[in-house]
Design a protein around this ligand. Structure first.
Ligand code: GDP
Length: 303
């Protein structure tokens, strides 16, 4: 995972610390670093932020000649990346569910994102995780547009042995979400996971539909699902969804196949919302909590 961004960090630290650099050499090295970050799908604004902070820090390095420059550069880089991804209050989903359940009401999560990102699979993984923690789950198929969407979710529900609430294609998705919440309430189920459409005639229609589902289902949590492999497209999608839905956090799928590693940084920075989980494979167990410290350790593991 993330090999390209790791390589960029590694060659920068090596370049900075193996020799004393003149201003021109330093600019060239930082220029190369900028290009490598952009090639790793780190969004332009994030690259600008990291590089300008690094320039300030390097001025510090020239003053403190006595410090070990290699670890200094590593610490400073890791500090600025940490500030980008970790400076956000990350909700503890399991704690939130526990606290809502103590009031007797079901906990409702709406999943948002365009088709093909892995949203449905992520919902199934999420259901598995909740089951592992002893919670009962109902899935709501509020994608009533895409042919096959209901069958796909029903297949997951049957494999996971959880209940699904759906209606016919063309039905009102907000009504499906509301039915699922009522079902959970009467059956004393813990969590409702709402799958939503990922494509409609226009983006605006899609966003209006999402807004309506949110108004009706009143979710406790709205989670954007983005595809790590979609790079900067995932960032623009996240921004678009954020402006209409004000989601609470994101899940990045397909991180197992992501050699670049820029999407996590970029989405966290561009939306100001935390990354909650990473999808790391195609089985139900392949959903792991996103931990900024573990992410950073993995980026610097060979640097
Ligand atoms: P949806 O259209 O957003 O609901 O996408 P699906 O859930 O149907 O997933 C699309 C494809 O992505 C499927 O082949 C999934 O198995 C695959 N997928 C989903 N999450 C991951 C992941 O974390 N890693 C990998 N490698 N594949 C994934």
């Amino acid at each position: 995972m993330f090999d390209r961004i790791k390589a960029a960090l590694s060659s920068l630290t090596a370049g900075l610390t193996q020799r004393t650099l003149g201003d021109e050499e330093l600019d060239e090295l930082l220029g190369q670093f900028e290009v490598s970050l952009l090639e790793s799908d780190v969004a332009r604004e994030v690259v600008a932020n990291i590089v300008s902070k690094l320039k300030e820090d390097l001025a510090g390095l020239r003053i403190h000649r006595s410090v070990d420059s290699r670890s200094y550069v590593r610490i400073k880089l890791s500090e600025s990346i940490h500030a980008l991804i970790a400076n956000k209050a990350t909700p503890n989903v399991l704690e939130l569910i526990k606290s809502k359940r103590s009031s007797g009401e079901p906990f409702v999560i709406v999943f948002l994102g365009i088709n093909g990102t892995g949203k449905t699979t992520t919902i199934a993984k999420f259901a598995q995780m909740l089951k592992n923690h002893g919670y009962s789950v109902v899935l709501a198929c509020a994608d009533t547009h895409r042919a096959g969407a209901i069958e796909q979710l029903a297949e997951h529900a049957s494999r996971l042995s959880v209940k699904i609430v759906s209606q016919k294609y063309g039905a009102d998705p907000a009504a499906v979400a509301r039915d699922a919440v009522l079902h959970a309430r009467t059956q004393h189920l813990d969590v409702v996971l709402v799958d939503t459409a990922g494509r409609m005639q226009t983006y605006r229609n899609l966003m209006e539909e999402m807004s309506k589902i949110i108004r009706v289902a009143k979710p406790d949590l709205k989670i954007f699902v983005g595809d790590a492999l979609a790079g900067n497209d995932a960032v623009s999608q996240a921004k678009e969804f954020l402006s209409f839905t004000d989601f609470d956090g994101a899940i990045l799928t397909k991180s197992d196949a992501d050699v670049k590693g820029g999407a996590a940084l970029s989405i966290a920075y561009a939306t100001g919302k935390p990354i909650l989980f990473l999808g790391v494979g195609q089985t139900y167990q392949d959903l792991v909590p996103f931990d900024p410290d573990v992410f950073l350790d993995s980026l610097f593991s060979e640097a």
